[in-house]
Design a protein around this ligand. Structure first.
Ligand code: ARG
Length: 588
């Protein structure tokens, strides 16, 4: 984990342009070199245009001066041309491109520096609710959060995964009371096992309890008394609550295993964990003047956000009856994660409808002095998964879609697609591949969409072999692996940097070189779809290369150079898919 990294070619070009700016116009030495990939050459710099204005030289003339001054002696840049009003079209030396491929290929981190080294990042994600089944609404937080956890971990961060289970609150009084009053209920009679059936039973009980709670005021009273008993630590009540939580955790675990996400029981830090911090949190907020009394309740009135009635938006720190709710717990999460976990960065991955809630929590954290300038905090918001009718995804009967059913459907579909393409696959291997590709398809469809957008859950499209899908990328990876098997070597191929580059080789090498830059962007913007888009671009650059540059039949040293490109492509695809939480089978 301690590689300083290979400097990307784009960065080296940017440095060369900056140095030229400093030589030609020392007074503007810190101007942005504005370097980008370009269709006309390898890179383009647009620095001359804004600079020309500030120094009062015609842009074309300044462009010419810069072009003449850019250092070619280091062997990175071979050619610079001024075009149009003063753009610089910059072409790299072929040898510099080959050398970057060689340097990445021989580095275990592919030359990517650990830019988040030493930073502690707390990621709050998944957070399903106990006694309810995980449904489609928990899919996005689980896979977006997991991908971010993987990327931050790769970049060297010390990641704390916080699965903020909904395991506390008045609904548990209701549920426990109902179970006790119904000795015939499946909770008592059925064998509890590790599969999800006991949780479906709980889910059903929960709905029945809710119905009675709403219809029967006497039951509602008994349920409230039961909540008080739970909070007071009554042994029988707590024991029953533990049972319910444990059953739910097992069922969540089964889904996490199937999804292949990193969450483990050690990451279950549910709402109940904060229970004994709530009173102190509220006291501190009151002492600091952040929270105030309002008719017996304790509230935080926003100084920044107004509600619909033009009054300040409110966080409920403590209810009038002395109880604590969702707001109270999140005031405690931000305090705890900063003061006790020493987070440098906090991410809360939940749907966009909670935007106001987190805005208010962050504001309160700042006013309380917990959240300082040095700490970054983000609500990683995402849109809704829609059904075929363009409305939030529901079953035909209008119920919530169980996550397991959804995964089964995707896996079955991929199984058919792979079986047709590959009729000779043994059935056990087909099962493994279908599972990896089906789960991968669901994840990729989600992660390749800009997270703030809604998207339609479309099992046919997401499992297609063509287009921007997980299956396409997995196939691309498997194809590269198959060529590498034919090449017969597992050691990084030796590169001869004097071989002239073909255009498709050049394009592929430059895309490969941009991987670390994309990872840094993802960590900055918290947008895994940028990585998905990058991998798709890489797979396409590889396909174009493969169509025009034969690998195995080529003569040496061309053959080895091309094998090296294949090797770096395979490793980049495997690593990148892994960072999206998607498997990269070597055969498909
Ligand atoms: N359990 C909540 C839900 O299902 C999500 C909790 C998110 N995390 C948090 N710290 N509020 O909507």
């Amino acid at each position: 984990m301690s590689s300083a990294g290979v400097v990307p070619l784009l960065g080296r070009v940017a440095t060369a342009v900056s140095e030229a700016i400093a030589r030609v116009r020392p007074e503007t030495a810190d101007a942005d070199p504005v370097v980008r990939r370009s269709d006309r050459a390898d890179f383009q710099s647009n620095a001359a245009l804004p600079l020309a204005k500030s120094v009062g030289t015609p842009p074309a003339q300044l462009g010419g001066e810069l072009a003449a001054s850019i250092d070619r002696a280091q062997g990175v840049i071979a050619d610079v041309r001024v075009s149009g009003p003063g753009f610089l079209n910059i072409t790299l030396a072929d040898s510099a491109v080959w050398e970057s491929v060689a340097a990445r290929l021989t580095d275990e981190r592919l030359g990517i520096p650990a830019t988040e080294d030493g930073r502690r990042v707390v990621i709050d994600y998944s957070a399903p609710n106990v006694a309810k089944e995980m449904h489609v609404g928990h899919l996005r937080t689980t896979i977006i959060g997991d991908s971010l956890a993987r990327i931050f971990e790769f970049l060297g961060a010390d990641v704390v995964r916080a699965n903020h289970l909904g395991d506390w609150g008045t609904q548990f009084g209701m549920l426990i009371q109902y179970i006790d009053e119904h000795p015939e209920s499946p909770w008592h009679t059925e064998e509890l096992d590790a599969d999800t059936s006991s949780v479906s039973a709980l889910d059903t009980l929960y709905k029945a309890a809710r119905a009675q709670f709403d219809a029967d005021p006497e039951f509602a009273d008994r349920a409230r008394t039961r909540v008080v008993a739970l909070q007071a630590g009554d042994l029988d009540t707590v024991a029953r609550w533990r049972e319910i939580v444990a059953e739910s955790e097992k069922a969540f675990g089964a889904i996490y295993d199937r999804l292949g996400v990193l969450l483990t029981p050690a990451d279950y830090v549910g709402e109940s964990f904060y229970n004994d911090q709530l009173a102190d949190t509220v006291t501190e907020l009151v002492d600091k003047g952040v929270a105030v009394d309002s008719d017996g309740a304790v509230v935080v009135l926003s100084e920044q956000v107004k509600g619909p009635d033009d009054k300040p938006a409110v966080l409920m720190a403590r209810k009038r009856d002395g109880g604590y709710g969702y707001d109270s717990t999140d005031l405690a999460t931000i305090r705890y994660r900063i003061a006790s976990l020493h987070a440098d960065r906090l991410l809360y991955v939940t749907d966009s409808r909670q935007a106001l809630h987190f805005q208010l929590i962050f504001e309160a954290g700042r006013r309380a002095g917990w959240l300082t300038e040095a700490i970054q905090v983000d609500h990683v918001a995402y849109g809704t998964i829609l059904g075929p009718d363009g409305k939030p995804f529901k079953t035909r009967a209008g119920g919530t879609v169980r996550l397991m059913d959804l995964l089964d459907e995707a896996v079955a579909r991929v199984r058919a697609v792979v079986a047709e393409k590959n009729p000779d696959l043994a059935s056990a291997e087909l099962d493994t591949i279908a599972e990896q590709a089906g789960i991968g398809a669901v994840k990729y469809a989600d992660l390749s969409t800009s997270r703030v957008k809604d998207y339609t859950f479309d099992p046919v499209r997401m499992t297609s072999l063509n287009g921007n899908t997980g299956v396409y990328l997995q196939y691309a990876h498997a194809r590269v692996c198959s060529i590498l098997r034919k090449a017969g070597t597992t050691m990084p191929a030796e590169i001869d940097a004097n071989v002239p580059l073909e255009p498709a080789e050049r394009e592929l090498a430059l895309v490969l070189d941009g991987y670390g830059t994309v990872l840094d962007e993802v960590a900055e913007a918290l947008e895994p779809h940028r990585l998905a888009g990058y991998l798709y671009e890489l797979a396409r650059a590889y396909t174009a290369f493969y169509d025009s540059c034969p690998v195995i039949p080529a003569e040496e040293p061309i053959r080895s150079n091309r094998i090296a490109l294949c090797q770096l492509t395979a490793r980049t695809l495997e690593l990148g898919l892994g960072q999206l939480g998607i498997a990269a089978p070597r055969r498909m």
